[in-house]
Design a protein around this ligand. Sequence first.
Ligand SMILES: [Zn+2]
Length: 295
Amino acid sequence: MTLVPGFTGSPLDRRDAIRHDAGALAAFAADPRALLLDLDNYEPHTGAAGELGWIPLPPLPDDERIFLGTLGDRPRFVRLDPQAPAARRTESLMAIIEALPAGEAATYAAARSLLDWHARHRFCANCGFATVPIRAGWARQCPNCGTEHFPRTDPVVIMLAQRGAGEEAEVLVGRQAAFPPGRYSALAGFVEVGESLEEAVRREIGEEAGIRVGAVRYLASQPWPFPSQLMIACVADAESDAIILDAQELEDAKWVTRAQVRAALARTDGAAFLPPPSYAIAHTLFSLWLEQHKQ
Ligand SMILES: [Zn+2]
């Protein structure tokens, strides 16, 4: 059982200062030890131990090279194809991600979200002019109106409503129709403009399951690279019990006990539900709730 959220813990040193230093960046690109992340249409090639593959950095135009940072004192880049379509999430990719060692998935996630953002943001949101990469690939700028555009991260709250205390405590889980058979997870939803995290948690639980919640506690977060969310995991104190399902959002929702969550995470035969995959923060959230909410 891991308490470290998936897609976190990259060993890369991002070297932010280098992004603004054209001379240092050129020296890194010319370094014979420089490496390029080995991707095939957004899917990483992996080595014998399941680690990310890197190849010697080939000659590339400046605007087709994103500087990811350094690792083991070697400059690391990823290729930005100006014509690449936006990324899609495939079953083969998810199988690769499930097998990546800790930290490697985080490096991949950062590179993927950046590439995908470039593919989806080629035009200025202010004036519609075609934009160009700047800051070593960590932003774009409009040559017409000068506006700078930065990679976006969309906040999503993911949460467990809790009722009761100690070993008798229960949490609310739900399943979407698209989930694999038997899977239940924490409820989740995008934070809307003009809303705090606490307000988003209360609104989402109320909308999706009709449960009223009071105090909200933050537990952990993770970047989610499909395409670029920040998942913010919380536990909220339930102030009502009766579930009123929003059938547009959820196929089912139910209260589960600590023993049932423990059995689900352990993948015990006959467990009350199938848990989310280990790289999803919902999995971490269940684990943290078992660990931290013993009273
Ligand atoms: Zn513009």
